[in-house]
Design a binder for this molecule. Structure first.
Ligand code: NDP
Length: 346
């Protein structure tokens, strides 16, 4: 069967496309330019006609997905802006909502064979930051805080909250569209909520400086001598949770395969972290995956992460039950990420 993957050149998406191809699916991936199509094709070679790449220049355009949803059995909608540089929150919110609703609309009109649509949401749409007490968040929690902040402050809202609002609003729009149309469409909806995604990059990355947002945060915090400008205190501050990019990708595959996932919102996470945990893990690896940096990787304040009180935790039991996923641990992800840097000569 054939799966449509939007934003097929992204960090998570290239791993996802590869996982689908490895499992025997045919994949139609959308990207924004012919150059990006070529980059993906150059990475995922040897799959012949099973991999088709199509340019959808502007996902916010009415009917942008009308053609690409035809003849596919499932859709994985991953395309959405993820950066913390937007001045106007609409830069993020516009494509996030219109892209998501656009895919669902096109599928309901032209996706005659579509049985399932998976939307990549985020723990950004689940958590509420800054609570006075630690909390274990579940799929019934929504980040109303970010929406309100952006409504009230607009351009002056913190950039992280603009992104979080875009993910929350897009996911809400997806569920609203589904609820309003479920009696007439032949597909059901799954939303996946991963926290920070780390792990080796498979997609085209021109240089360490152009890593995608979450992988860049890892590189900065674990490899750069100034931890990307963080103080030692910041290294032990609680940072929500993380998951390996290969598990994030796999959860998208399982989300189209598991019947019981239909109609569900699923949090896919490995565990909470602070940067010091990854720094300690990186320094303890033996044999070291970055021989060129062995002994000189920054050390932060070793062991200080152990006392960190994690304010935001996630209940991952639903995803574990429905998808049967057991996410990788810190050591494996750290080792493979550093080995990836080493192979790129960073
Ligand atoms: P990337 O930045 O690597 O990928 C983002 C993808 O979305 C790219 O294909 C990008 O295309 C596309 N995209 C971005 N903005 C637009 C736009 N305005 N119009 C059309 N396409 C656009 O990030 P990730 O792989 O990390 O993100 C993929 C998805 O996963 C996103 O929905 C993100 O919100 C979500 N997510 C990511 C997490 C993480 O920690 N990485 C955590 C939780 C959720 P182009 O290359 O052309 O810009």
């Amino acid at each position: 069967s054939k799966v449509l993957v939007t934003g097929a050149n992204g960090y998570i998406a290239v791993w996802l496309v590869k996982s689908l191809l490895e499992k025997g699916y045919a994949v139609r991936g959308t990207v924004r330019s012919a150059d990006k199509a070529k980059q993906v094709a150059d990475i995922l070679t040897g799959y012949g006609e099973k991999l088709e790449l199509v340019v959808v220049e502007d996902i916010t355009k009415e009917g942008a997905f009308d053609e690409v949803v035809q003849d596919v059995d499932a859709i994985e909608h991953t395309a959405s802006p993820f950066h913390f540089n937007a001045e106007d929150p609409q830069e993020l919110i516009g494509p996030a909502i219109q892209g998501t609703v656009g895919v669902l609309k096109s599928a309901s009109q032209y996706g005659k064979s579509v049985k399932r649509i998976v939307v990549t949401s985020s723990c950004a749409s689940v958590l509420t930051p800054g609570l006075p007490e630690p909390k274990v968040f579940t799929e019934s929690d929504w980040n109303e805080h970010a929406i309100k902040l952006v409504e009230e402050k607009g351009k002056d809202a913190p950039n992280s909250e603009k992104y979080r609002a875009s993910k929350t609003l897009a996911e809400k729009a997806a569920w609203k569209f589904y609820e309003e149309n479920k009696s007439s469409v032949k597909w059901d909806l799954v939303t996946l909520c991963p926290p920070f995604v780390f792990g080796p990059a498979l997609h085209h990355v021109a240089a360490a400086e152009s890593l995608n947002t979450s992988a860049d945060a890892f590189y900065q915090s674990v490899v750069m001598p100034d931890y990307g400008g963080k103080s030692l205190d910041a290294l032990r501050a609680p940072m929500s949770s993380w998951v390996d990019v290969r598990d994030a990708a796999l959860s998208h595959v399982l989300a189209i395969e598991k019947e019981a996932a239909g109609g569900e919102r699923l949090i896919v996470a490995s565990g909470p972290f602070c940067w010091q945990d990854f720094i300690d893990t990186a320094n303890a690896l033996s044999p070291h995956p970055m021989p060129s940096k062995e002994g000189i990787l920054p050390k932060g304040a070793p062991g200080q992460g152990k006392d960190t009180v994690h304010m935001v935790r996630y209940d991952t039991s639903k995803a574990q039950r429905i998808l049967g996923i057991a996410p990788k641990g810190m050591e494996e992800t750290t080792r493979d990420t550093l080995a990836d840097y080493e192979s790129r000569g960073w």
